[in-house]
Design a protein around this ligand. Structure first.
Ligand code: PAF
Length: 281
């Protein structure tokens, strides 16, 4: 497995592979790899000859400095997991290689970034679109695989890739969950045991809304309220938002909607978890 920490070395390798006719698939990550990431790698592997994983904790997308400082960085374990998963190359740039002195260009997303996570984390998605553009520029993949847990991120990256003609096929991979339904996330490892147990309430709340929707209820406010009350009944959980929106536009759903995204962010002390479900697929 190759490990590159400079964009030029990454580009050179990728260009050589592309010239040889190989299809390159890419899984961008911030490391602290878990089974959810490995499922993205397996998906990428099915679609390409070669798989590249990037590991970079991107300072631009953290709105809270503390969260950036505390983000786990187990690089040796991550490289080991990549080797085990048959990854062909890891791109793990240093912060200086990514954002050298004089760096000043940012990619500004459109209105898809103004709601849900964007409304609560100013500047977050501009950090994501900027780093993903740079990662695409270094890795030069044909295909990139993103998890649906970050549904809004995926929608914004799809839009950006199309708007800026980046020429990368964007693949959505379903959210991978623990046995109690908790969506896999690198942040889960920061939960204390009692918080970890309580965190199951997030996916349970979404499931309650799914069942009510599947039984024919189309009252968006009532579905949101049902999910809210389940989370609010958990003393260790502090709900930041719960919103039901159109999955394509992320605008509020129309009355008698047939498809919707129900998305939430919930705090467990200092750990912020997000999750979502699409109703009507
Ligand atoms: O989803 C993530 O882990 C990050 O937002 C990404 C796409 C790797 C960009 O830093």
């Amino acid at each position: 497995m190759f490990v590159f920490d400079q964009p030029s070395a990454m580009q050179q390798w990728s260009d050589t592979q592309r010239r040889a006719g190989h299809i390159v698939a890419f899984v961008p990550t911030m490391g602290a790899l878990h089974d959810g990431h490995l499922a993205l790698v397996a998906d990428a592997r099915r679609r390409a000859d070669l798989v590249v994983v990037s590991i970079f904790v991107n300072p631009l997308q953290f709105d809270v400095r503390d969260d950036f400082a505390r983000y786990p960085r187990p690089i040796d374990d991550d490289l080991h997991a990549c080797r085990g998963a048959g990854v062909d190359a890891v791109y793990a740039p240093t912060a200086d290689a990514m954002y050298p002195a004089g760096f000043q260009t940012h990619v500004q997303p459109g209105p898809l970034a103004d709601v849900l996570e964007g409304a609560h984390r100013p500047g977050h998605f501009e950090g994501v679109t900027t780093v993903v553009t740079k990662l695409f520029g270094a890795v030069r993949p044909h295909v990139a695989v993103f998890g649906q847990k970050d549904f809004q991120q995926l929608a914004i990256i799809r839009r950006m890739t199309c708007d800026l003609d980046l020429g990368v096929e964007i693949i959505a991979h379903p959210t991978v969950r623990e046995s109690d339904g908790l969506a896999m996330s690198s942040r889960n490892r920061r939960l204390l045991p009692a918080q970890r147990e309580a965190a199951g309430c997030v996916s349970q709340a979404l499931d309650l809304a799914v069942h009510r929707f599947n039984a024919g209820d189309r009252d968006a406010a009532a579905l949101v309220q049902l999910a809210n009350s389940h989370i609010d009944a958990e003393p260790l959980a502090r709900r930041e938002y719960m919103a039901m929106v159109d999955p394509d536009t992320l605008a509020p759903v129309e009355p008698a909607f047939e498809r919707a995204l129900l998305a939430t962010a919930v705090w467990f002390d200092e750990v912020r978890l997000i999750d979502n479900v699409v109703l009507g697929i």
